[in-house]
Design a protein around this ligand. Sequence first.
Ligand code: PLP
Length: 351
Amino acid sequence: MSAPAEWIRAVVRAVPPYTPGEQPAADRRVVKLNTNENPYPPGPAVLDALHAAIGERMRLYPDPEATELRRTASEIYGVPVDHILAGNGSDELLALLLRALVDPGDRVAFPAPTYSLYETLVAVQGGVPVEHPWPADWSLPPALASSGAKLTFLCNPNSPSGTLVPLDAIDALAGRVTGVLVVDEAYVDFASATALELVARHANVVVLRTLSKSYSLAGLRVGLAFGRPELLRGLRTVKDSYNLNRLSQVAAVAALRDRDGVRANVARVVRTRIRLTSGLRARGYTVPESHANFVLARRAGVDQGPVARALAAHGILVRHFTAHGLADSLRVSVGTDDEIDAFLAALDALG
Ligand SMILES: Cc1ncc(COP(=O)(O)O)c(C=O)c1O
C-alpha cells in the first residue's frame, strides 16, 4: 500500500523540489564545472588538522556554539564573536533565516535570476516570493526596496551572472528595505568588495559567507552568518543544537587561519577566470564581467541545452538553467587551466 500524499503538508507538496547540480560518483572521471566548487584541494594545514582530530573524542557531541570557529572568524573579519553564527553550510543559514523570520503569507524579495534555493525555501515556509528582474546592466532592480518584504535576499556577487552590486548601492538598499536584508556573499572572496561593514551600520543587515568556495571545503559544509546578536538569537532558537560537526569545525578553523593559502588559491582562480572569459568571448558568447569563480556565457536566442548535454557526453559538466530566460546560457565554474582548456576544446569540437 502506498502512503497517501496528503500526509505531506500542502505547501510542501506544492513545492517543485530544488535541483542541485549533478554530483557524479567518485569513480567517474569528469571535468566538473557545474557547481562552483574550488578546483584545488584544501591546503596541508587543513588536512593535518583534520587527521589530528580523528580519534577518541569523536564519541562526544561537537561544541553547539562552534566557539573556536567563531573566535577565529571574529579575529579574521574584525566582527565581534556575538555577531557570528556558524551553520552547516550557508544553505542551512538561509533555511534558519526563513524559519526564524518568515510567517506564512510574508513577502520575501530578491532579484531574479539568482540562487534558486531562495525560491524553494520561501515556498516551503509558505512565504510569498517577490521577484524583481535584474536590469540589463545587472544593477539593483529599482523597486527591490519597495516590495513590503519581511526579508530581502541579495546574492552578491550574484549567481548565475557573477556580477557585483557596489557597496554604496547595498548600503542605500539596507536603509530603504522594510525588513531584514540578507547579503549572500558565497563568492565574495573572488571579488573586490564586501558588505561586512554594513552589519555595524545597519541593525537589519545579515551577511552570509561560506567556506565551500574560496576555502575548498564544500564537502564539509561550513557557513557563517554575521549580524546583530538579537537577530542571531532567533536563528539559534530554530537551529539543530549540534548543527556543525566536530571535524567541520576543526577544518574551518585551520582553513580560516591559512590566510596565504586562501589568497594564493583565489589568485589562481581569478587568473583562470580571465582566460575562461576571453576564451568564451572569442567563441561568440556574451559574458558579463564575473566577480566570482564561475562565468555566465550567453548566446542570445540559441538554446544551450543541447550544448550542455553534448559536453556532458564528453565528460564535461556545466550548468544549464531553463527558467528566468537562461535557456540560452551556460554557467561554467572556473576549473584548473587544464580543465578550462579541455572545456574550450570540447566546445570547438562541437562546432
Ligand atoms: C549564492 C549561494 N549561496 C549559498 C550557497 C550554499 O553554500 P554552502 O555550501 O555554504 O551551503 C551557494 C552554493 O552554491 C550559492 O551559490
